[in-house]
Design a protein around this ligand. Structure first.
Ligand code: THU
Length: 142
């Protein structure tokens, strides 16, 4: 089920709060992400947020989306499923999830997982993860 307007507003609020804690002394790009978990089992429709955490060895940087996923698994366990995620930044810029984050989101997504992000015009737009990551890699073992 797609998130309601109120749920998206809550996600954006949580993401904005998380972005205030961004550790981004190198890029100064302050990103926040908030995940709405499916309301079943232990997940309880909870919202879990994360921010980007950079490193002097640049490639060790953790994106906001990945921080949020790590926090959600830590809090709710390996069975989590993402109903929706909102991404924001405090720089007034576009903020679509990077390719690595799309693959990371896929791990815990469904066919319906919705991604909300600001586009270049400053509007919040939404897309399914399936649309953002077509023909995605999936590990096929026997
Ligand atoms: N960043 C994210 O947090 N999420 C993305 O999907 C793209 C990039 C962060 C990483 C780095 O701290 C800063 O934005 C600039 O790339």
């Amino acid at each position: 089920m797609p998130p309601t307007e109120a749920e998206v507003a809550a996600l954006r609020l949580y993401a904005t709060e998380a972005a205030r804690n961004s550790y981004s002394p190198y890029s100064h790009f302050r990103v926040g992400a908030a995940i709405l978990l499916q309301a079943d089992q232990r997940q309880d429709g909870a919202i879990v947020a994360g921010t980007n955490v950079e490193n002097a060895s640049y490639r060790l940087t953790c994106c906001a989306e990945q921080s949020a996923i790590a926090a959600a698994v830590t809090l709710y366990g390996p069975e989590i499923r993402i109903r929706a995620i909102a991404i924001v930044n405090l720089n007034g810029a576009a903020s679509m999830p990077c390719g690595a984050c799309r693959q990371t989101l896929l791990e815990f997504s469904t066919q319906e997982t919705a991604v909300f992000y600001p586009n270049a015009d400053g509007e919040t737009v939404s897309a399914t993860l399936a649309a953002l990551l077509p023909d995605a890699f999936r590990l096929a073992t026997e």
